[in-house]
Structure formats: C-alpha cells, structure tokens
Design a protein around this ligand. Sequence first.
Ligand code: GLA
Length: 695
Amino acid sequence: MTNCWRLDTPCQTMVLASFGGLPECVYWAGPLPSGEDLVALADSTRMAPTGGMLDVISPVSISPENSGGFMGAPGLARRVNTYSAGWFEFSEAEDSDNRLHIWARNTPSLLDYELIAEVDATSGMIVLRARVHNLHQSEQAVDWIAAPVLPGPQGSDEIIAFSGRWCGEFQVERHGWKAGGYLRESREGRTSHTDFPGVLMPLRGCTETGGEAYGLHLGWSGGHRLLAEELPCGRRQVQMGALVWPCHEIPAEGYYETPPLYATYSAEGLNGVSHSYHQYLRNNLLNYTHPERPRPVHYNCWEAVYFDHDLDVLLDLADRAAALGVERFVLDDGWFKGRDDDTSSLGDWELDLHKWPGGLSPLVDHVNNLGMTFGIWFEPEMINEDSDLFRAHPEWAMDVAGPEGRQQRVMDITLPGVADYLFEKIDAVLGAYPIEYIKWDHNRALPAHAPVQVTALYALLERIRAAHPMVEIESCASGGARIDFGILAHTQRVWLSDSNDAHARAKIQRGASYFFPPEITGSHVGPKVCHTSGRILPLAFRSSIAGARAMGMEMDLRELDESDMAVLGSAVARFKARREVLHTGRLHRLESADPAVLAEMHVQDGHFVVFAAQMDASRQQLARPLRLAGLEPDALYAVRLENWAEVPGVMNRVGQNPLVAGEEVVLSGAALMGRGLQLPNAFPDTCWTVNGAKI
Ligand code: GLA
C-alpha cells in the first residue's frame, strides 16, 4: 500500500511517500501540476536490486533505518542490535492546508516517529521537524536523531558549505559529491565560526542569477552535524541535526523534537534560494522591536576605548557620532564592577562605581539629548573565576577542571537559580535607564554540547523580551559564532564578525547573504588601521562596505579630520537614503564578469542600488560591464553613479560615458541585465555605488 502526501509552495513541491514504513521524499523540485498522480509518481521511483546487494532496496526515508536493510548512515542511532530493533511502520497522517503530520511506530523498540512539516507560501519555505516519542516507562537513550532526512539532488556536482574562523566567518567552500560522506560538525556547543549549519546544492550550470538550486538550514544555536552522503547505489541523503553529548535521554512517555530544518528549492539560481531564506526570516521569525522606523545607524565605542571608560571621552565621542548622523550609541564591555580587562568580573552585572561615580545617567542623558538612543553590552552566560558571583557560586560554572576560554567559564544556565539571577541583573539595568538595545555576547566555546543549555538560553531571551518588549537584542559571539534561524527567533540583529577590515568584511557579508538579509547584519566602519588585520583601507571603501548592511561605526572618532568627517557623514546620509531599499528589498548577488569585482544589488519597488567592490587589480585594462539582475526587462530606469565624486581620485580621464561624469543615464532593465552597466575603472579597495529608479 502506497500512501502519498504533497507539500506545495509557489516555487517548490515536495512529495512524501510511504510504502508501508517511514515516508521517503520521492520528489523535491519545481511545482507539480495539481492533478499529478502521486502514487504513480512514487511507484515510478522504485528500483530493482542488482548483484552484491540485499534483495530489497530500502528507502532513503526521512529517517533511514539500518534495521530495514539500509546500508548508509542511519537517521536515528541507538546502541542496540539493529536486527532486533525492528523498524517503523506507518500508522497515520493528518494533512491540512499548510501543515502535515505523519506518524510511524517501531513496535519492538517502543518508539514513535512523528514528522511535522509546515509550508510557508509567501517565502516558499518548507519547514520540517521530527519528534521521537518514547513509549517506554523508563528514560531511553538515543545517540543521534536527524531532522527529517532529504535526498541530495541528482545532477548536482557540488555541495556549497560554509567554514570560517574568528574574523573570517562564512567562507564559501565548494565540495564535489563523491562516494561516501561529507561531514561537518560543530562540537563547541554553539553555532560556531567554523561550521555553519547550512548547505546549498546547485544543479549543474546553476549560477547566482539562474538555474536550479536547493538550500537546507538547521535553525539551531548549539552543536550540530551535517552529513551529505552518496551511497554506493548512487542515491544521496542529507542529514542535519543537533549534536548531543553524551546522548539524548528521552524521558519516559516523553519526546525529543529536533530543531527545524528549513528546506527550499529555486529555479532562479542561488539568489532565489536566498530570497526564500530572507523572506521567511523577515515574515516568520524576526520580531523587530520598532517596525515603524528604520534600523538605526550605530556607534559602538569598543574599538575606541576598550575597557577604559572615561565619561568625558565618551561624551566627546557621542557628540562626534551625533554630528555624523548616528542614531544609537552603544556602550560595550567594561562598564561593570571591576571589569578593567578581560580577566575578571563576568557575572557581576552591577555598575563599576569607580568608572561611573554618577551612574550611567550623565552619558545616557547626553546621548538621548543628542537625539540618539542608548544600547549596552552583556555576556550573560559567562562567568570569570575572579568575580563575586563565582566566589559565591562556583558550582554554577561548567567544567571547572577544563581549560578556560578568554579566561572565562560558561555557566550552566539550566541549574536552578542561574537564569533567575541573570534575568534579575539584566532587568535591573534595563529598568534603571532608557536602554533600547543589548549586545548579547558569548565569547567562548562550551565544554560540552548540551541542547538543554540552548533551550534554556532561548527561554531566558524570551523572558527578557516579555519584560522589555521594546529592547532589541543583537546576537554576538566573538563576532559571528552564533548566527542561525534559532537565535534569530529571539534576537533582532547579529554582529557578523569582529573583523572591521572592509576587504575581509565584503567577503564575509557575501557568504552570510546566502541565508541572512542585510538589515539584521551589523556592519561597522572601523578605524583607519584595522585592529584585527593591521590593514589600512580608504575611508570611502570602509563606509561603502558597512553601508551595504545595517550600518554603524566602531572607531575612535577623534582620529577623523574635517575631510574624513565629511566623507563619513555623507556615507551615512547616503546609507539613510538607500536604507529602505536595502532593508526591505531583495538582495541579488551578481555574477561579475571580472573576478576582481565583488558585486551585489538590492531591488525594491522599482528602486535599486548596486555595490561593485573592486577587490583586487583586474587582469584586463578596462572595467568589464556588470550585468544586473532582478529588474523588469521592459521598464526604463534612471541610473546614476552615486559616488561619482570619487572618480577623479581613481581615473585620469573621464571619457564619454555620462554615468562616469555623474549624469543620469536611462536604460531598460533588459539592457542593464543583458549588456550590463559600464562602470569606471577602479582602484583595488574602492567600491562604486549606483542608484536606479524606474521612470
Ligand atoms: C567580543 C565581541 C566584541 C566586543 C568584545 C568585548 O569579542 O565580538 O565586539 O564586544 O567581545 O569584550
């Protein structure tokens, strides 16, 4: 008996079929016609065994089972004899418009598997979760439970995954599909700089702007595993799930639910996949505190003063920031009791009265009087051994026998009293001053990957949100080590990287853009000499790269002379003018004909803005045309080089092209996407910005 179900969005259809056991995804690609005979489709995917195989070809089900004869990596692993463990048999299903539940039971093992699939028509996303119910009267240990397992596409030569490091997050890596497995794991109990829980699978010939591609992302902020496996028979499976140490202990008659797996397919290139992720996040997860107003331009004082808080200096920095058009002033690490460097005080969330004898009010009031709002830094889950909190509660720190990270330990926030303590401390600070933003940091790896720590964090964030609904929270973890759809259901902005090096940042921003939209991605104009790379880059370039995301600045503003202030002030003004397009429009990564140019554009309601960053010297003498994307072919657009005033510094002759002289050029979408935009030549580490408006 074959049972079938379909999940439809405007851009994809997924068909699940049960041949008596756990369902298998038998179709995942573009939309199928409504009359498709699903049973015929499912039956047509069956294959016959050949020599050297078992007599049945067991399905690559949503949780492949070795006990059913499947020879690849199982979706659910337990230390039991697979021959006596039995397998799951389909029991029932409930299918409503945008939600599907399927249950299957493994009678010998007394486990139920429940698939929960949801469809979001607006973004085109399919969200899948698995629940494993324990029917025993006692706790049951399970070593691994993947979120529902999907087939790796045939016709795809590559797996695009993301590696990274501190100051170098979201590095795009392309790996060929090969016999055997491609495994990525974060074993540090957080999303990590090094292994992002997401993967893209383009079909042959797919580019940023065209062709077919698949995306998977696990919305989880703890340890995780990604396995893309090609079986000897040629079939492929992709498993993603939360890593747990030592194992999941499913309570008697309770269940474990996997984190959500966000699955999308697009026939509009890798950009199409990204649009689904951006749209889903915007509509379904992000709970932005002030939807009525744009995301503010930040000034963060960290790289200006570090731990050295002096009221007069900070007042001066606030004046300078306001003069540049900044809208939010953020006091970073160093404000609490005894925090003179990074060796002490985490956990003691009370104001340092030596640095702040009059409290924070003199600074907060000054900032507010300048028309800016105020934000502050916390690192709640951490504790220094040199702190009053540790002296009172050494048992709150995890793993005191193991090595420290940044001279600090992680607190077990699942222990009674810890979350209450943190809530009270944060609540007291938020209650004492008009604060509308927290930078919530997490600067070290965990000694173990315990999912309960992650769920306890989500609960603490929700408790703070409930008490202070207008306070925005940014997720930071030494830059971008905790960025995922799990944390973004509870926070509103991410600190993408501690690297303010615009050259490195441009690449990090591009990598992150596969999953995350510009408005949540904090990006700051750093100091002249970058503190994390030592590189000196032009202020105009630094400003353009930051101005492509959620712009801010993080430097000692006293280093800017009058002409620098003018450059940065005008970059802020231009950012504000394009902010709506950036923060609500569609981001298209462009396929630049010149590998030395990294380019993207943002389109919203007939307006667009292009960023073309010259990352290196080009091989050829003159700039190659840049083909745009996402425009209406028949519409006419008035196009202008926004920063044409920088042209004389870069080109010795302006030539005939009116665009280069700062004039408006009117071209059709077809011309802009077909032939492309002829930009001026550029020095390395400069970035052209172009505005377009439909006429
Ligand atoms: C981390 C963050 C930085 C800064 C410091 C403060 O490294 O990523 O931006 O807030 O902590 O200690």
